[in-house]
Design a protein around this ligand. Sequence first.
Ligand SMILES: [Zn+2]
Length: 662
Amino acid sequence: MSCFPLCFRNPPRSRFIRGFVHPLCAWRRLLALALAVMVVAGSSAQRPTIFDAPQSSRIVSYELDVSLDSATRTLRGEGRMAWRNPGAVPVDSLQLHLYLNAFKSDQTTFMRERGGTLPGFAEGWGWIDITRLETQAGADLLEQLLFIQPDDDNAADQTVAAVPMPSPVLPGEAVTLTVAFEAKLPRILARTGYEVRPDGQLFVMAAQWFPKFGVYEIPGQRYVPPDAPAGRWNAHQFHANSEFYADFGTYDVTIDVPAGYVVGATGVRVETSESDGRRRERYKAEDVHDFAWTASPAFLEYTDHWRHVNLRLLLQPEHRGQARRHFDAARIAMEGYDRMVGTYPYTTLTLVDGLGASNGMEYPTLILCGTRYGAPRWFRLSELVLIHEFGHQYFYGLLASNEFEEAWLDEGINSYVESKVMDGHYGPGSLVDLPGMPIGSRAAHRLLYAKDAPERGALVTNSWEYASAAEYGKVSYSKSATVLSTLEGYLGWPLMQKILHTYFERWRFRHPTTRDFQAVAEEVSVQDLDWFFAPYVYGTQVLDYAVTDLETSQTEDGWHTTRVRVERLRDGVFPQVLRVAFADGTAQDTVWDGQLPAATFTFTHEIPAVHARIDPDFLVALDINRLNNGRAVTHSRAFGLRHTFKFTLWIQYALHMLASLF
Ligand SMILES: [Zn+2]
């Protein structure tokens, strides 16, 4: 895959990382040892941290007991799950996601879209069977349970189920179901499942492991018309290129694993105990929309804290030297997002160093980071992934947009902020920090967007409707980040930050849409932004401006006339600044509205012009080709300026070449 390896289900193998061996420094080992505060000891329960008052609408609640059979890699779960009707009319049927059924056969929608299984996956199938589903009154709901396929009518897909109720759920009423289920974990796929370490120890990443309510959208919510007679379920099948969408609520989950396993999970650990060769840990979480957990006897545990947040790091033992690196990146992430977006409201964050394709994923208060032995300091992929995944605590975690339908709202806005955090902290070489060849996170996103077929893919697209996984990735991550960088270039960072902050304050613990984000941007900037959102967020216009001619001539009275021709080479329109530099080091800026296909500007000056450039301050990140943005007068004597310009050209070229390696 040629895209940026962030949250993709099938992460590309970077040529940078593969095969790179870097000796561990002794001092770093010492530092890591000093950091290795404690391996989980016995039953030291942490202080429960519960919000004083509900932060969200708490539509759902789950009380589940789950037990891991390590021999069969199977989970057995039971408990209660409740859903409250948020609407004004009765609801006579519920909808449940059964995500693990995406891995049940090669005929599921997920597998078909993915193009089959990996070699060696034969024993790795996964599924979830509900074995008991009853109302509080004891009515059996299993008989009526019906698999539905709202997206593609694929009868082999069992990732969404409709559950007709014996009596409608009245407005405001909560219905509690007694549930039991068995879930066979797949070999790690789409960030969930099990993997066996080379030393034979088991690693489990239990995500999407339980029956999960879909979202019932009421009139006026998201795209349901305010005058609609009733709400509607929004529960999509699990697709190869989709993530998730769920309502906020509370979780009380007890996890039962073999003794000796180290467990990490969403929320706050409130109880631990060990008996009869089993370890039980109970976690509570409030105002989150998902619950994930991990377990392995191999994990090394490290702890740290940042402000009000207790950090746990569960590291594969091979990576013991990289604990400090993880915590450093976590602090940079938390400080960056706190400053740019808003306050992280939870009191825990668990960093998991997963195995294989489990890495690079996020769940509420738990993220999968991933590193590898000897990861070089100059290539900050570990930091990038950790910062990016932490950012998802905001974009999707707290700002719970519909990832199926508007993936750019989480991946794209998050990639944009992640690049701000990366470049802001590490500087222009935030991603690749090599002398003479720095590549920042923002630059990487821009290049990945621009390097081929930039006209493909609108930001607002159902995630399963992209032409390929690569296109989904390029548009949702890199193009989206570049669109927002361009908006920042136009509005300025202070306004952009205010937009992010206002969006966060207004929509956290809710389900914002693209429309809501645009409304906040327009409100904060006090201007209509349709001219920008229509072509670049909803549309597929491509932006490329060029300086195509630069001529100077001397008039009889000794003055110099300079003519600059600028052209709009593609359909994307954007206002441009044209800067003409003169031989005495002065410069003159002119603003062009960029509407016409071409325009010629004439300057008359005592001094001859040496160079002309549009977007001289590199604010229009969406311009797919910056190599044609400037033009020098060929007979200029201003060697310094020309030299600088050529060097800049070379850097641009090198970045293009480098980007093609991803
Ligand atoms: Zn992501």
